[in-house]
Design a binder for this molecule. Sequence first.
Ligand SMILES: Nc1nc2c(c(=O)[nH]1)N[C@H]1C(S)=C(S)[C@@H](COP(=O)(O)O)O[C@H]1N2
Ligand SMILES: [Mo]
Length: 206
Amino acid sequence: MDLSRLFGQKQTSAPTEKRPDGRDRLPPGQYHTKKWPILSYEKTPRFDPTSYQFKVWGAVENPIQLTWDELLALPRTTLTTDFHCVTTWSRYDNEWEGVHIREILGRVKPTSEAHFVTAHSFTGYTTNMPLTALDDDDVMIVFRHDGQDLEPDHGGPVRLLVPKLYAYKSAKWLNGLEFMENDRPGFWEIRGYSNSADPWNEERYW
Ligand SMILES: Nc1nc2c(c(=O)[nH]1)N[C@H]1C(S)=C(S)[C@@H](COP(=O)(O)O)O[C@H]1N2
Ligand SMILES: [Mo]
């Protein structure tokens, strides 16, 4: 039994902010930072708009391959979300601008066999998730952050955003989405990071 609750010792600071679903805004074991740390395994790559292709393939009815200009021409939306890294920092109220994932899903039409997705970076980085995690209101392909073009170190000019999972699911330098029948662990998921990555359940490592 946690006696500190009975004696009110946890009430000395401001009440914890809650999310609409009742969970704490700050996931367990995280700290809040105003700076935006950079976490990359790779060296920040050079981007070449003339050779860039955004590909969607696998278990979809209509695979697509878009040039950089075609990707930029898709309808845009903005969204403000918190962002949580498995190394325990969380950054609140990031304003993102980009293409909502349903703009892509509506065009490619995942088949009834599609249950998982691998996001690919043009650096070779990959990360996997269930289709149900990708196909959600807050998932976007983003180009801008807090009113500025995404910096190269943060995945500029284009990254995935899956803010309800630890940030290693938000692949930087995104250039493809592969729809799959069966799950396949990505870069960090092979190396010990949790496959499911839910910050509120502290699904960090396996
Ligand atoms: N291509 C690529 N994407 C990546 C990573 C990476 O190493 N390579 N790191 C992931 C991890 S662990 C985190 S916390 C976030 C960090 O994004 P940031 O550097 O913009 O803060 O990017 C994720 N996406
Ligand atoms: Mo991370």
